[in-house]
Ligand binder design. Structure first.
Ligand code: ZN
Length: 309
């Protein structure tokens, strides 16, 4: 039997769990809704049910089972705790221990559980099986309702002390800008995230919809306001990418997430502005590639599990 790991991907709307083999094939997967409860145990019940179902479908699970958990952040990797912004019931929730308890109960052997943020798992997944599979070092970025990220350097996840490194959405690109929800000023996310693009368009009189999908569709159809606000937003993201490239000395960036799926109306201005910021010799050839995988976060959680001894 080939090596298998358990991957768990925790988001604000759903919790996915899968058994994944060493080639990245998903052998079994189950997805449950993230319940909007204020009771931490009620929210965890979805994850527990998914794990129990998966384990019940495997004839002879390998022990000790290796587990990778990817979660919306912030997280504390070494402590095994998470406080996802979009899951208010969980603050310093001991997700690693709780997952280990469920598995130990079923298999009689305590598993090895590794925890990483969703942006880090996205980067791991795209590096393993996606757009960054041919490079040793890359930064993965998720552009949706926020702007997340993570870096794989020399084929290893660069987690940082607490597992929150390369939080590209909260790099300041405007020191005199308005205050961000995080407390800083002029963060990338304030200009580039989907809701910020839509708000900027509405402030200029655009009335073509309420989400980034409608806005990017309008841009593709040539709407001047949509094109302008996307251009501004991608200039902010380009500045954040160039800063990150300059700091980490990494050439390859992989961009995924709902807003990025609009394609050239996002990548065109992003790459054009990038040439304005990535100017030092060692970053002039920095490139931004579209993500390939639909489930990079889940596969990244599997890669995280495999990275354990
Ligand atoms: Zn911020």
């Amino acid at each position: 039997m080939s090596q298998q790991v358990l991957a768990i991907d925790i988001g604000g709307t759903k919790i996915a769990a899968a058994l994944v083999d060493a080639d990245g094939a998903i052998l079994k997967e189950t997805v449950r809704p993230t319940l909007p409860s204020t009771n931490p145990d009620v929210v965890f019940a979805s994850a527990e049910a998914a794990i129990v179902q998966l384990l019940s479908e495997v004839a002879e699970p390998q022990t000790p089972l290796r587990v990778g958990v990817g979660s919306a952040g912030p997280i504390n990797g070494p402590a095994g705790t998470i406080s996802p912004v979009n899951i208010p019931a969980w603050r310093n929730f001991e997700v690693s221990a709780r997952v280990a308890d469920v598995i130990a109960d079923r298999l009689g052997v305590r598993p090895r559980v590794a925890l990483a943020g969703d942006g880090h798992c996205f980067a791991l997944g795209e590096h393993w099986l996606g757009a960054g599979h041919d490079v040793d070092s890359m930064v993965g970025m998720v552009l949706s309702t926020g702007v997340g990220g993570g870096a794989v350097l020399n084929n290893t996840l660069f987690a940082g002390l607490t597992g929150n490194s390369v939080h590209i959405g909260h790099i300041s690109v405007n020191a005199w800008g308005p205050r961000c929800v995080c407390g800083c000023h002029g963060c990338v996310e304030m200009y580039a995230r989907g809701p910020a693009l839509v708000a900027a368009a509405k402030a200029r009189g655009w009335s073509g919809g309420n989400d980034a999908q409608a806005l990017t569709a309008a841009a593709r159809a040539g709407d001047e306001i949509a094109l302008t606000v996307i251009d501004h937003g991608m200039r902010a993201l380009a500045a954040g990418i160039a800063t990150t490239a300059t700091e980490l000395d990494v050439r390859t960036f992989v961009l995924g997430g709902g807003v990025s799926k609009a394609g050239e109306v996002i990548f065109g201005p992003l790459r054009r502005h990038l040439r304005d910021f990535a100017v030092l010799d060692y970053v002039v050839d920095v490139e931004v590639r579209p993500a390939i995988l639909e489930n990079a976060g889940l596969l990244g959680a599997a890669a995280l599990a495999f990275s354990q001894p």
